[in-house]
Design a protein around this ligand. Structure first.
Ligand code: HEM
Length: 267
C-alpha cells in the first residue's frame, strides 16, 4: 500500500495538507437548516437518476416496435427491474419538486439579488432542463400518455413565434407523432439534456464557490458575530444523512406506488 502511495506521490506531489484548505471552507451557520441547503437535494436525486437510468438502458429498446415490451420486461421479469424503474420515476418527480422548492427558497430570501443574478439565470436554465428531462422521459414508455404528452408538448413548442414550427418538426421528426419521435426523445432524455444539466451544474457550483452563499442575519443572532461551520466533515456528513433519508423515501415510494404502464397508444 505504501509503495502504491509513494508511486502516486512521485507523479502527483499532493498531500492531505494541500487538499485541506479546499475542503474546510467555512459555511454560514444558517446552512445547517435543510430549507437553506436545499440545493443539495436535486443534485443527489440527479445522481440517482443517472445511475438508475444507465441500469434501465441495459434492457430498454428505444424503437416504437420494441419500447413498450422492453419496459414490460424490465418491470415484470428483469431482476429488481421494478425497483430500479420505480426509483428512476420517483427520483424524477421528487427532483422537480426539490428544484422548485430550492428556487422558492432563493426567491423568498432575496438570494437572487446582485451579484447573484447570473446564477439565477443559470438556475432557470437548470429548471428548464429538469422539466424537459421529465417530459421526454414520459415519451419513452410508448404508452397512451407518451403519445398525448409528445403531441401536446410539440403543439406548445409550435406556439413559439418564428421558430416554433421548426422546434415542433425537430421534436416529432415530422408534422405529427410518428415512428421517428421516440428515438428523438430518447437521445434528448438520455444524452443531450443530462449532459447539458451536468455542465450547467458545474457552472452553478463554480459561481457559488466564487461568490459564497448569501450571509443572512437572523433576529435571534443579531448581537452575535457571523457564525460558520466547516464544509468537511460537518456539511458533507449532513448532506450524506439527507441522502440516506431520501433513499429510504424513494424505496418506500417505489414499493408502495410502483411504476406501471398505461395501454399502448391507439394512433
Ligand atoms: C438541478 C437544479 C439545481 C441544483 C442541483 C442546484 C444546486 C445549488 C446548490 C448546492 C446551492 C448552494 C446553496 C443551497 O444548497 O441552497 C445553490 C445555490 C443557489 N441556487 Fe441553485 N441549484 C439548482 C437549481 C436552481 C434554480 C432553478 C435556481 C433559480 C432559478 C437556482 C439559483 C440559485 C442561487 C441564486 C443560489 C445562491 C443562493 C445563495 O446565495 O444563498 N438554483 N444551488
Amino acid at each position: 500500500m505504501s509503495a502504491l502511495i509513494r508511486w502516486l506521490q512521485d507523479r502527483l506531489p499532493v498531500t492531505g495538507d494541500d487538499i485541506q484548505p479546499m475542503t474546510n471552507e467555512p459555511v454560514p451557520k444558517h446552512m445547517e437548516r435543510w430549507w437553506f441547503a436545499l440545493g443539495g437535494t436535486p443534485a443527489y436525486l440527479f445522481v440517482i437518476q443517472i445511475i438508475t437510468g444507465i441500469l434501465l438502458t441495459i434492457y430498454y429498446k428505444p424503437s416504437p416496435d420494441t419500447a413498450y415490451e422492453s419496459v414490460r420486461f424490465i418491470t415484470e421479469e428483469a431482476a429488481f427491474g421494478w425497483y430500479i424503474r420505480g426509483l428512476h420515476k420517483w427520483a424524477a418527480t421528487l427532483m422537480i419538486a426539490a428544484v422548485i422548492l430550492h428556487q422558492m427558497r432563493v426567491y423568498f430570501t432575496g438570494a437572487y439579488r446582485k451579484p447573484r443574478e447570473l446564477n439565477w439565470m443559470v438556475g432557470m436554465m437548470m429548471l428548464l432542463c429538469t422539466l424537459l428531462i421529465g417530459f421526454t422521459g414520459y415519451s419513452l414508455v410508448f404508452e397512451q400518455l407518451s403519445y398525448w404528452g409528445a403531441t401536446v408538448g410539440a403543439n406548445i413548442a409550435d406556439a413559439v413565434p418564428f421558430v416554433g414550427g421548426f422546434f415542433k418538426t425537430m421534436l416529432l421528426g415530422g408534422e405529427v407523432y410518428n415512428d421517428n419521435t421516440l428515438p428523438r426523445s430518447f437521445i434528448l432524455h438520455a444524452a443531450v439534456l443530462p449532459v447539458t444539466l451536468t455542465l450547467l451544474s458545474i457552472v452553478h457550483i463554480m459561481i457559488i464557490r466564487l461568490q459564497g452563499v448569501t450571509e443572512f442575519q437572523f433576529e435571534e443572532d443579531k448581537d452575535k458575530p457571523p457564525q460558520h461551520f466547516s464544509f468537511w466533515p460537518d456539511h458533507v456528513m449532513s448532506e450524506l444523512a439527507m441522502g440516506l433519508v431520501l433513499m429510504i423515501i424513494l424505496s418506500v415510494l417505489a414499493t408502495v406506488v410502483p411504476a406501471d404502464s398505461d395501454p399502448k397508444p391507439i394512433r
